[in-house]
Design a protein around this ligand. Structure first.
Ligand SMILES: NC(=O)C1=CN([C@@H]2O[C@H](COP(=O)(O)OP(=O)(O)OC[C@H]3O[C@@H](n4cnc5c(N)ncnc54)[C@H](OP(=O)(O)O)[C@@H]3O)[C@@H](O)[C@H]2O)C=CC1
Ligand SMILES: N[C@@H](CC(=O)OP(=O)(O)O)C(=O)O
Length: 339
């Protein structure tokens, strides 16, 4: 039995983790942590369940632990949905204590010995764990998820890496759940678009370079392209939509064919969708409300491929862009015997 914990289990990403792990075939959800406001009380009594799926009864009576190393030392792995300022020190201490950490926080993403992984796109980066263990003299490890918009971008670019290109322009329309439950007040977003998301544009650029970079077994050389991003918050609950412009020497039909034929290097993991990338031919798709739950929220839908090349990519930000991607990373690393 593999015992897993969720750090920050009451938040937008934490609740997604609980939803995905409550009946997981391999992992047993045994520890839930949150802030001191919630610790010591049952999960059912403190969580304000906001997902559109029934509350999983199996977790109702779990007593929420404080977010400390001690609380998770008996877990085999933990999934972190902590604010980055808390995650920085704590995730390192947990890894030092011998526990594997699968983190959604941005704190360690760009560290040279930390995998920044999208399971289907750059699974080979997992080998950085061996280097990390040696560098830090630790038995545990940290594996990170990219930023939620970056996951959609890098996944959609994976099939196009066979074409030479140097510049990507992208404009995002990001859901309000991306800012966490308390992140965007209704008065700020209703009937509105907010053309700024702090640090998001910088993250999209540097993280995409790392994910799609070349890995020689010990270090990653960033991919040779620049990303110019423009990020916007829109009144959508879940699902980040990206308009992407990429100057590739290919026709729209060749790009569509690349999307249609691209295959991840493995299949059959519990959280893996049948299709990581789904090309939608209708001229008005993908749309967040209609397409975000494809592949149980794990599929990145692409469409509107036009001359330029211009296209649209969209995925569920708290599943494909956060908790689901992290659980899939853990499933893959379990098959590779990292824990
Ligand atoms: N939302 C998204 O789409 C994505 C989010 N992320 C990242 O995931 C992480 C979580 O984000 P999100 O779920 O949106 O955030 P939320 O604000 O919704 O949730 C934060 C969680 O952390 C807990 N927490 C807050 N302060 C502390 C503290 N001082 N000590 C311990 N626990 C604390 C909260 O517990 P309590 O309820 O008790 O306050 C809650 O469980 C962030 O690092 C974010 O950047 C990454 C990709 C996508
Ligand atoms: N900033 C993203 C979500 C997020 O938390 O990203 P990061 O983990 O990179 O801070 C959004 O608002 O949609």
């Amino acid at each position: 039995m593999i015992h897993v914990g969720v750090l920050g289990a009451t938040g937008a990403v934490g609740q997604r983790f609980v939803q995905l792990l409550a009946n997981h075939p391999w992992f047993t959800l045994s520890t839930l942590t949150a802030s001191d406001r919630s610790a010591g009380k049952t999960y059912g009594s403190v969580v304000n369940w906001r997902l559109d799926s029934p509350f999983p009864e199996s977790v109702r009576d779990i007593v929420v632990s404080p977010t400390t190393v001690d609380a998770v030392k008996d877990c085999d792995i933990v999934f972190s949905a902590l604010p980055a300022d808390i995650a920085t020190t704590l995730e390192s201490e947990i890894a030092d204590a011998g526990v594997g950490v699968f983190s959604n926080a941005s704190s360690h993403r760009m560290a040279a010995d930390v995998p920044l992984m999208i399971a289907e796109v750059n699974p080979e980066h997992a080998a950085l764990i061996d280097l990390q263990k040696k560098n830090h003299n630790r038995d545990g490890f940290i594996v990170t998820n990219p930023n939620c918009s970056t996951i959609m971008l890098a996944t959609a670019l994976a099939p196009l890496m066979k074409f030479p290109f140097t510049t990507i322009n992208v404009a995002t329309m990001q859901a309000i759940s991306g800012a966490g439950f308390e992140g965007v007040p209704a008065f700020g977003i209703y009937d509105n678009v907010i053309p700024y998301i702090g640090s998001e544009e910088e993250k999209m650029s540097r993280e995409a370079n790392k994910i799609l970079g070349t890995f020689d077994g010990t270090q990653i050389t960033g991919a040779p392209f620049t990303v110019s991003a423009s990020c916007n918050r829109v009144p959508v609950i879940d699902g980040h939509t990206l308009n992407i412009w990429i100057d590739v020497p290919a026709t729209p039909d060749e790009v569509i064919e690349a999307f249609r034929t691209w295959q991840p290097p493995f299949s059959g993991l519990p959280t893996q969708p049948e299709k990581t990338i789904l090309y939608l031919p209708d001229e008005n798709r993908p749309q967040p409300r209609l397409d975000r739950n494809r592949g149980n929220g794990m599929t990145v839908s692409v469409g509107r491929v036009r001359d330029g090349i211009r296209f649209v990519a969209m995925g569920h930000n708290t599943i494909r862009g956060a908790a689901g991607a992290s659980v899939l990373n853990a499933e893959l690393l379990h098959t590779k015997k990292y824990f």
